[in-house]
Design a protein around this ligand. Sequence first.
Ligand SMILES: Nc1nc2c(ncn2[C@@H]2O[C@H](COP(=O)(O)OP(=O)(O)O)[C@@H](O)[C@H]2O)c(=O)[nH]1
Ligand SMILES: [Mg+2]
Ligand SMILES: [Zn+2]
Length: 310
Amino acid sequence: MEFEAQVIAAFGRHLQVRDDAGVCHEARPFGRRMQAVCGDRVRCRSDAAYGEVHAIEVLPRTSLLQRSTLRGGAEPVVANIDLLVVVVAPQPEPDLFVVDRYLCAASSAGLAGLVVLNKSDLPGAEPTAAALETYRAAGYATLTCSTATGAGMAELEAALNTHRSVFVGQSGVGKSSLIARLVPQATVAVGALDRAAEGRHTTTAARAYDLAPSGQLLDSPGVRDFAPAIGALDPRSLGFPEVERLAVECRFQDCRHLREPGCAVLAATESGALDPRRYESYRRLRRLYEDLQAAASPGGRRTPRRGGGH
Ligand SMILES: Nc1nc2c(ncn2[C@@H]2O[C@H](COP(=O)(O)OP(=O)(O)O)[C@@H](O)[C@H]2O)c(=O)[nH]1
Ligand SMILES: [Mg+2]
Ligand SMILES: [Zn+2]
């Protein structure tokens, strides 16, 4: 028998799918090349004789968040979402370069980006709030909340409840705590280290939670290092909205905004109109982008600089 279902959890090649009647099944992708991720809609075949369900086809995706492999290839992370929520907190200390890269991956996938500062109850929340201001100026939605005090939780819920969102961010920022508050019936492990998935090359594990009235939240494990898939990035801006806005004024159409004459991005950095840390982040991603392009091309270098200069 064949049926369609949504992948609601993916642990490598172990899938949990939910059919349109709401029944969940354990399933395995059929064949080595079939790669289904959380959020995917899949066509399944169940073999009554063996009690096994196979996902045999991934149905067309409305969106796909992808990351880069060390060789410059693209690896799917989650599918069919419309909003990427990057969670940061005063503790653990935010790595804003990783936040930037997630947001670049979001824009290359056509997703809106929301930056959430959680743990606003902790001292040290103010400097992080200043960083949020930079994201707001760039054009992203931002929000401050605390799962400990409940501050900002109603606003967060309102921002999410009609979207299909993915939560990303460093391990320990409170993604699972946020989900536990937003989806009270969910069982999530708060404080659990996402150790198995922290490396770039380990299996991606993600899980979907329903959110009333029509939203869905996808939890994804924390990663220390995230690079957007380079093939999907806009070569002109790499997904930085400020750079995209400025680049139309650059003298050269193919300006890389590094040291070209007549570069509007460099001019804006010098005048202070463009945040220097965001520009530095652009520069690092540009270097990683070019390294990975070289690595991915035939005869290319095999080991690009990791993390683009971390
Ligand atoms: N002070 C404070 N601690 C929080 C808050 N939200 C989560 N935590 C704590 O931060 C730790 C990591 O939370 P968790 O949800 O597992 O983070 P995840 O790794 O991003 O899923 C846990 O000890 C939580 O209790 C908050 O708003 N304020
Ligand atoms: Mg977690
Ligand atoms: Zn330029």
